[in-house]
Design a protein around this ligand. Structure first.
Ligand SMILES: [Cu+2]
Length: 142
């Protein structure tokens, strides 16, 4: 009688261990999430503020031409970013903390993760003249 009981206890312990290890291997808190939709003349954010730390940004091109996303850390208002000194058709990317690495084609979406500290940010599309036609939006990181 004692041996089967030991077996049962061992099995129970093993099961508990499995449950515990399953818990510890579950994804940790995923951090902030935002979704950015790039239309042909706007940058739309589903969330306008996000906690500091890792922030996963889902970027969707819902427009009809190529777009990109550049994340700037700046205290300037989102519609007050100066143009690039060497190219008036582009916005100055000073304060850039990240962005998409390639142009997004119409209908394409990508996810990027940035580690953002608390502060004010501006999300823009910096394809030629896209900033000027209104592709910018503010983001606050708390
Ligand atoms: Cu654009």
């Amino acid at each position: 009688m004692e041996v089967p009981l030991m077996v049962r206890l061992t099995t129970l312990a093993a099961a508990l261990l499995l449950v515990l290890s399953a818990c510890s291997s579950a994804p940790a808190a995923t951090g902030g999430q935002i979704t950015v939709s790039l239309s042909d003349h706007t940058v739309q954010l589903l969330q306008t503020s996000v906690p500091s730390g890792p922030v996963t940004i889902t970027v969707k091109n819902i427009g009809s031409v190529v777009h990109n996303l550049v994340v700037l850390r700046t205290n300037l208002d989102h519609d007050m970013i100066p143009h690039d000194a060497r190219d008036q058709a582009k916005a100055d990317e000073r304060g850039k903390v990240g962005g998409t690495t390639e142009q997004l084609k119409a209908g394409q979406s990508v996810q990027i993760t940035l580690v953002l500290s608390a502060g004010k940010y501006v999300l823009i599309c910096n394809e030629l003249a896209h900033y000027q036609i209104g592709m910018h939006a503010p983001l606050t990181v708390n």
